[in-house]
Write a protein that binds this ligand. Sequence first.
Ligand code: SAH
Ligand code: SF4
Ligand code: F3S
Length: 458
Amino acid sequence: MTNKYHSVKPIRGEGERQLFIETYGCQMNVNDSEVVLSILQPAGYSLCDSYKEADLILINTCSIRDNAEQRIWGRLDLFRIEKVKRRGLKVGVLGCMAERLKEELLIHPAVDLVAGPDSYRSLPLLIESLDGGSKQINTILSQEETYADISPVRMDKNGVSSFISIMRGCNNMCSYCVVPYVRGGERSRDPQTIVEEARVLFQNGYKEVTLLGQNVDSYHWTNPDNPTETTTFAMLLEMVALINPALRVRFSTSHPKDMSNAVLYTMAMYNNICKHIHLPVQSGSDAMLLKMNRKYTREQYLERVAKIREIMPDCSISTDIIAGFSGESEDDHRETLSVMREVGYYTAFMFQYSERPNTKAARRYPDDIPPEIKSARLNEIIKLQGELSLASNKADLGREFEVLAEGYSKKSKAELTGRTQQNKVVVFPAGDHKAGDYVTVKIESCTSATLIGKEIIK
Ligand code: SAH
Ligand code: SF4
Ligand code: F3S
């Protein structure tokens, strides 16, 4: 999952009160912001496109690394100044940092409201209570909350591709990771509500859905009315793929220890399930993987990669990598570089290890790699990935791909940008096409980040 800042498209409505939502962190948070909007619209809020016009600013936060949190503190300082200028403006903190820091956030002068990821249904009440002048907080994590019955109002910019959360929380307890603490235990959502949400999106013109979970392979739903009826991730994938062959299906994130052959065979069986797997490796060293509590070895990881290649030779693989985890030796680092070469990832999200308070790693393993070594190793990883991405793109020269157009390119309205099933970005002359069209494109040139081609008319 990517960690970016997403600003959202304004949808001006009749509501008297203006709401500005700013979203940080992963795609789960992007989807949660949509859930929040769906809860607040009936309470009389409509989205505006600048915090300067808002009556209520909500900031949906991420705690995954220290720098993610530092960015939020910076925003809060800015909103504090805005509050001095405009009396009556309210500011709320949502998401993972709200859950982690609770009262510590509430005492910041900018903050009126703190709500954790499982408490968004209480937002209208919490906001109403602010009129009494007191600050409000709800950060109770739930065993059940999946927001299954909420069909989120879409805030995506393109109207082509959308996210659907299929589960919440995580039970994996990777030793470095804060997610299980801020998102709670794993809960799977009723498959019928997922299929219905995807169906409605398709009816509304969307052409691609991405099923989201911290570990989609452990999706498991048991019908409470009939405990013998269960749905696995492979079954769910098939149900969504069957909605319509013109609806592309993606998913993220797969966990190497849980990704089953059943999932791979289901992917291979349906042309509309995109041939791309995001399979975070984190490290290529067995010693690090053990300490990270990832529950697989390098060999087991590579066996999964071999199986993907055997069943779907055209499937692309991307990954996440952490540089400089506790005790990482130069040899451990070399093992990471070698696993990258062995797999040949087409892209990767790469990070320096950031110790998160109260995680198992923070309690047991010293954060002992000096910052300059962490950053030197990360740079080496980034450099290698640049070479691998370029090699992967060069291998596509001369090939034809079905590209789903998502919108005009940044440079010009004469060009469209879209993605292949393998999730590679392609830029091509628009011709008569528009966002949402499937176009067969032959690749003529590339950079390490983008494929460039022309439509092939058959
Ligand atoms: N559930 C997904 C990813 C969740 S977080 C998975 O298991 O793969 C996204 C990525 O952030 C992780 O894959 C990891 O590479 C990185 N990450 C998580 N905690 C981190 C930390 N404390 N320091 C640096 N990177 C971290
Ligand atoms: Fe974090 Fe591991 Fe869960 Fe991913 S699987 S969210 S890295 S604990
Ligand atoms: Fe996502 Fe960040 Fe929370 S990566 S789950 S928003 S800690």
